[in-house]
Structures are given as structure tokens and as C-alpha cells.
Design a protein around this ligand. Structure first.
Ligand code: SF4
Length: 234
């Protein structure tokens, strides 16, 4: 079982400053010890998708199956998300899928590993990976899936239930937008303004699986993703 600590060193010192590509970031993330979650999880689960992806979806953390396979969104919630993406008319080839926290946080009950929501301390520790991913991806649309991703990207006061489905300016809406306003343009460290983008928050697909009325919750997720699909330029 993961033990708690109030002062993890954070992921920043594990991110190579000269990492130009998502693949280089992914390779470096396998050695991250930025908080205690690496100790009990099987492996780091970094984002996946093409470097030229136009839409970045950010969820909470890998689940049990993702932890074993080393890939995000391959469990039941991921399957539901893929169906919702299809139904919303988003081309899956345009997507990059990631999580706010990149190790599985769980509690052992007998032999079962029960998901535990990451604390703010884990979200803060892992945020530098997310910032680094955004700097390389420069998405046109950002989709925040659920409260943990919203805390990481939009700050603790953002309420997904109140503002879901609404297109917001990105990175202006970000918590600490200055983390996302500059992107590297070459390996010499030259920076430029990030292209303006839009952000949309919606529920996490696992919330659909837990809902009393799953059909209604699913329709709501698809409706929100459809807003994102229609906002994609060209
Ligand atoms: S959860 Fe994030 S910060 Fe913590 S060890 Fe894993 S990759 Fe590093």
C-alpha cells in the first residue's frame, strides 16, 4: 500500500531539459521518483498518441489494467472513452491521451488493488510531466476528463459539474497559464508563444461506469465531446 508523504520532491528534476520529443519524455518518465507512488505501482504510464495530435485528453491516473500494460486508457473506462470519442465524431488519429498522475495509486485489500484518488500532493508532484507534454504537443483542443485533471490544469476551484461542456480559452484558463504560454521551437532552447487553443472539461469516463443512469451519463459525455469535435478548426 502506498504510504503518504507531505513533501515529495516532485517530477521536475527527472525531466531532461533537452528532451525534444514525447518519446524522450516517456523514456525519462520511467525513472521518475517524484512522489512515493512509483514504489508500489508496476510502472510509469505515460501519455500515448502521435506527437502531431491536435486534441489532448487528460484523465486522472492509470487504473489497474493500465498499470499492468503500461498504457493509458486500456481498461473499461478507456474502452468507453473510445466509444464516446467515435460517437462524438472525433477522429482517434488526432488524439493524444494522458493522465494528470502517471502512476497507479491504490490500496491493497486482500489480493485486490483498489483505486485511490490521487491527493493534491501527487497532482502537484506529477504536474511537470503534463507541462512538458503540452510544450511538445501544442494542442488545438484540450479536453479535461474529471476533477483530478481539472485540479492539475485548471486549479482547485474549478468545478467540472458547473462548467462542463463549455469552451474556454487555453492557456488563459489554466492554473498558472505561464506554464503553458511558451513552447520550445528548437533544441537550442528557443521559445515562442504557444498557439491559442480551446479547453473543454467533462466527466471522466469512469464516472459513466459508476452512474446510476449510465445511458444518460454516457449521452452527456458524448454531448461534451461533440462540442470539442466541432470546435476543432478545419
Ligand atoms: S506519480 Fe508522477 S511524480 Fe509521482 S513518481 Fe509517478 S511519474 Fe513521478
Amino acid at each position: 500500500m502506498a504510504e503518504k508523504t507531505d513533501s515529495p520532491p516532485g517530477a521536475q528534476r527527472f525531466i531532461p531539459p533537452d528532451a525534444d520529443t514525447i518519446d524522450e519524455l516517456r523514456a525519462a518518465s520511467s525513472g521518475c521518483q517524484g512522489c512515493e507512488l512509483y514504489r508500489d505501482a508496476t510502472q510509469t504510464v505515460f501519455g500515448r498518441g502521435d506527437e502531431s495530435a491536435r486534441v489532448v485528453l487528460v484523465g486522472e491516473q492509470p487504473g489497474d489494467m493500465e498499470d499492468q500494460k503500461g498504457l493509458p486508457f486500456v481498461g473499461p473506462a478507456g474502452r468507453l472513452l473510445r466509444r464516446a470519442v467515435d460517437d462524438a465524431g472525433l477522429d482517434p488519429r488526432l488524439l493524444y491521451l494522458s493522465n494528470a498522475v502517471k502512476h497507479f495509486r491504490f490500496e491493497l485489500r486482500g489480493k485486490r488493488r483498489i483505486h485511490q484518488t490521487p491527493d493534491q500532493v501527487h497532482i502537484t508532484a506529477c504536474r511537470p510531466w503534463l507541462v512538458a507534454e503540452f510544450a511538445r504537443l501544442r494542442p488545438e483542443i484540450v479536453v479535461v476528463l474529471g476533477a483530478t485533471a481539472a485540479k492539475a490544469l485548471l486549479g482547485p476551484s474549478f468545478r467540472v459539474t458547473k462548467q462542463r461542456g463549455e469552451l474556454l480559452p487555453w492557456p488563459a484558463s489554466a492554473h498558472r497559464p505561464e506554464d503553458f504560454t511558451q513552447v520550445p521551437v528548437d533544441s537550442a532552447g528557443k521559445l515562442a508563444d504557444a498557439p491559442p487553443a480551446r479547453l473543454l472539461a467533462t466527466i471522466h469516463p469512469s464516472a459513466v461506469l459508476r452512474a446510476d443512469d449510465q445511458d444518460k451519463a454516457y449521452e452527456g459525455l458524448v454531448a461534451d465531446l461533440t462540442v470539442a469535435a466541432r470546435a476543432l478548426p478545419g
